[in-house]
Each structure stands twice: as structure tokens, then as C-alpha cells.
Write a protein that binds this ligand. Structure first.
Ligand SMILES: [Zn+2]
Length: 74
């Protein structure tokens, strides 16, 4: 997985970006739409402390969720 560095909020220019875990009761998950696929990943989000914008939403281990050999165009 590539490292992504976000230095500034693209919306307000704020520099205080906070890593958060996206969760609701029971959890929020990203799950690929595949036949019988039961893999899922917890979502994380980077939130700007100044304006509250969610700058980035991501899962930590995309390789596990979408193995390369199974990847196909939608
Ligand atoms: Zn901002």
C-alpha cells in the first residue's frame, strides 16, 4: 500500500489533520461486491480539525480486501 501524505486541507488550508476511525454502532465497513465475498475492512478517515471536512477516507489493507489476482474492471 502506498503512503499518502496530506499536509494541508484542500478546502480551507488547515494543517491540523486528524486520523480517525469511521465507526457507528456495529461499525462501518467497506466490502467488495463479489460473489460470496465476505471480506471487509474498517474504514479510516482523515478529518480537518479546522473545517471538519473529511479529506480522505480509506481502508488500511486494500491488498487484503481486493487481492490483485481478483481485481477486474467494473
Ligand atoms: Zn479544512
Amino acid at each position: 500500500m502506498k503512503e499518502v501524505k496530506i499536509e494541508k486541507c484542500p478546502f480551507c488550508g488547515g494543517e491540523e489533520l486528524i486520523e480517525t476511525r469511521v465507526a457507528s454502532y456495529g461499525g462501518a465497513y467497506l466490502a467488495p461486491v463479489t460473489k460470496g465475498g465476505l471480506r471487509s475492512a474498517v474504514l479510516f478517515a482523515t478529518v480537518c480539525r479546522d473545517c471538519g471536512s473529511v479529506v480522505r477516507t480509506y481502508c488500511k489493507e486494500p491488498e487484503k480486501l481486493f487481492p490483485k489476482k481478483e481485481r477486474r474492471d467494473c
